[in-house]
Design a protein. Structure first.
Lengths: 112, 116
């Protein structure tokens, strides 16, 4: 599986935007970029995913570099409830590529 | 719609005891998974199943067993509990097919197990 590199931790202030980076220099052409987050004492939950184009949903935006070697998860206005560990995961399409492989992720702290 | 339900939420076991962690999903997902998460670490895959009657080992299967007799249920069995199995266990399920690249991965809320 192609690997991802994320900072161990980041800090933000409430109501400010947060940009969480992820490097994936060995990404293959069919790998989707997925983001999951894990709130304290809960299981991970899906945030967003994309292949080549930038993506928006009600939770966040995903900005994908043109060469796809990096991506950024954008929380437009962080709230205290966004404090969590954020995981950037590459997942191939089709075949046996249905398993998610988790790294350590980025621990996001949101200050009031 | 309950999603993925895990029981129990907490359990303390003595060394050498056995127990079964229960997991059930109501989304008709074919794929189910068991992960463990040690403090400060990411999740590691223990076992997974692609359908009833089919299971396979993940990254850290030693000390565990699974079965998949129905689409809905995927129990995880610990036969001889050891302190190294103290962890939080998450069950998850996902769809077999996708159009958008999102397989609808859904996690349970976890079982916190302590072996003393």
């Amino acid at each position: 599986d192609a690997k991802t590199t994320q900072p161990n931790s980041m800090e933000s202030n409430e109501e400010e935007p947060v940009h969480l980076p992820c490097n994936h220099s060995t990404i293959s052409g069919t790998d989707y970029i997925h983001w999951y987050r894990q709130l304290p004492s809960q299981g991970p939950e899906y945030v967003i995913h994309g292949l080549t184009s930038n993506v928006n949903n009600r939770m966040a935006s995903l900005a994908i570099a043109e060469d796809r070697k990096s991506s950024t998860l954008i929380l437009h206005r962080a709230t205290l409830r966004d404090a969590a560990v954020y995981y950037c995961i590459l997942r191939g399409s089709g075949g046996s590529n249905y398993k998610l492989t988790f790294g350590k992720g980025t621990l996001l702290t949101v200050n009031p | 719609n309950a999603g993925v339900t895990q029981t129990p939420k907490f359990r303390i076991l003595k060394i050498g005891q056995s127990m079964t962690l229960q997991c059930t999903q109501d989304m008709n997902h074919n794929y189910m998974y068991w992960y463990r998460q040690d403090p400060g670490m990411g999740l590691k895959l223990i076992y997974y199943s692609v359908g009833a009657g089919i299971t396979d080992k993940g990254e850290v299967p030693n000390g565990y067993n699974v079965s998949r007799s129905t689409t809905e249920d995927f129990p995880l069995r610990l036969e001889l509990a050891a302190p190294s199995q103290t962890s939080v266990y998450f069950c998850a399920s996902s769809s077999q097919v996708t159009i958008t690249g999102n397989y609808g991965y859904t996690f349970g809320s976890g079982t916190r197990l302590t072996v003393v």
